[in-house]
Write a protein that binds this ligand. Structure first.
Ligand code: SF4
Length: 212
C-alpha cells in the first residue's frame, strides 16, 4: 500500500472515530479564532477557552483591541503562559488589520503571516476553519508526533512535514486532518501510545522513539 492510499485509509478510520472533531478553541468569527490561536501557543486550549469570554466581552473586535494598550489587555490573559508577549501580539496584530486590511482579517497566507504573532500554523488554522480556504495543513505537536510514528515522515520540521502531507492528502481533507490527528494524539497516541487499542494499528509503522 503506498502512502497516499495508507493515509487515506487512516483518515477514513479517524473520521469514524472522531466524527465531531473540530477546533477545540471557542470562537464565533475570524477575529476571535485568530486571537484564540495566537493565545494558544505553548498553552492548552482549555486554559485559553477560560479567558476568552471576558477578553471578547471587553474587546469584541479588532478595533477595540487595537485601541487598547498591551497593559490593558494583560489582565484578561494573565493566566496564560507568555501573556506579556501575547498581549503585544494581539494589540499589534489588530493595529495592522485595521491599518492595512480595513479591519477585516485577511484571507490569504501571505497577508496573514504578515501579522504580528501569526506564523504558518496559525494562518493554516484560520484559513481552513474560519474561511474554508485551506492553503496548507496546520502542523502542530500532535501532527508531528503521529506522522513520524506512522512512518510518513522522518523529521520534526513542521514545514517539511506539511510539504510531504500536501503531496499525499487531497485538499478537501487538509483542515480535518489536523483536527482528527489532534484528537487521536490526545486520546490514544500520546506520550505513551496505546497501540493495542488503536484503530490505526494495521496501517501504522509504529515508529516509537524515546523522545517522541
Ligand atoms: S498504532 Fe500506536 S503509534 Fe500508531 S497511531 Fe496507533 S497508538 Fe500511535
Amino acid at each position: 500500500m503506498n502512502n497516499k492510499s495508507r493515509i487515506s485509509k487512516i483518515l477514513e478510520l479517524l473520521y469514524d472515530e472522531y466524527p465531531k472533531s473540530k477546533v477545540s478553541l471557542d470562537y464565533h468569527n475570524p477575529y476571535e479564532l485568530l486571537a484564540a490561536v495566537i493565545l494558544s501557543a505553548q498553552s492548552t486550549d482549555k486554559g485559553v477557552n477560560k479567558v476568552l469570554p471576558e477578553l471578547f466581552r471587553r474587546f469584541p473586535d479588532v478595533y477595540s483591541i487595537s485601541q487598547a494598550s498591551p497593559e490593558e489587555i494583560k489582565p484578561y490573559i494573565k493566566t496564560i503562559g507568555l501573556y506579556n508577549n501575547k498581549a503585544k501580539f494581539l494589540n499589534n496584530m489588530a493595529k495592522k488589520v485595521v491599518a492595512d486590511f480595513d479591519g477585516s482579517i485577511p484571507q490569504t497566507m501571505k497577508e496573514l503571516i504578515s501579522l504580528p504573532g501569526v506564523a504558518r500554523k496559525t494562518a493554516n488554522v484560520v484559513l481552513g476553519n474560519a474561511f474554508d480556504k485551506p492553503k496548507g495543513i496546520a502542523v502542530d505537536t500532535h501532527v508531528i508526533r503521529l506522522t513520524n510514528r506512522m512512518g510518513f515522515v522522518d523529521t520534526k520540521n513542521a514545514v517539511k512535514i506539511e510539504r510531504e502531507l500536501v503531496k499525499i492528502v487531497s485538499k478537501d481533507k487538509w483542515t480535518k486532518l489536523t483536527m482528527v490527528f489532534i484528537d487521536h494524539g490526545r486520546k490514544v497516541c500520546g506520550r505513551k501510545p496505546k497501540c493495542d487499542e488503536c484503530v490505526l494499528a494495521d496501517y501504522c509503522e509504529k515508529i516509537i522513539l524515546e523522545s517522541s
